[in-house]
Write a protein that binds this ligand. Structure first.
Ligand code: FES
Length: 125
């Protein structure tokens, strides 16, 4: 790495082997519980908590670039975090993610002030 400011924000949080052949991997890092999702050669990282009622998403179905919450069926775009279908309306927070060889790296500096803890932000209907 050249040590530029942009590269300095990448933190290694796992390795490719940690996926053990699975498409997704739940991790805890810096007080956050995140879900990593592999799609071909791309990597995405989202908060592991549904924005509907804060239930974990890691047992949700991942298909066609979307994850479906196993509790009430909210569906989120895994790349953008957008709530594609309800009952959730608030997007998931996404973290920039990449593979660096076998290493899984995230930019954890890009979290909104409201998500400085491991707890999700709830939308109140
Ligand atoms: S907790 Fe996910 S849809 Fe309700």
């Amino acid at each position: 790495m050249s040590g530029t400011a942009a590269e300095a924000s990448w933190t290694t949080v796992a390795s490719l082997q940690d996926f053990a052949g699975q498409r997704s991997l739940k991790i805890s890092v810096e007080g956050l519980e995140l879900l990593l999702v592999r799609q071909a050669d791309k990597l995405f990282a989202v908060h592991n908590y549904c924005t509907h009622l804060g239930k974990p998403l890691d047992k949700g179905r991942i298909m066609a670039g979307q994850i479906t919450c196993p509790f009430h069926g909210a569906c989120f775009d895994i790349a953008t975090g957008a709530a594609v279908s309800g009952p959730a309306v608030t997007p998931l927070h996404c973290f920039p993610a990449r593979f660096d060889g076998e290493q899984v790296q995230l930019d954890l500096t890009r979290r909104p002030p409201s998500q400085l803890s491991a707890f999700p932000v709830f939308s109140v209907p």
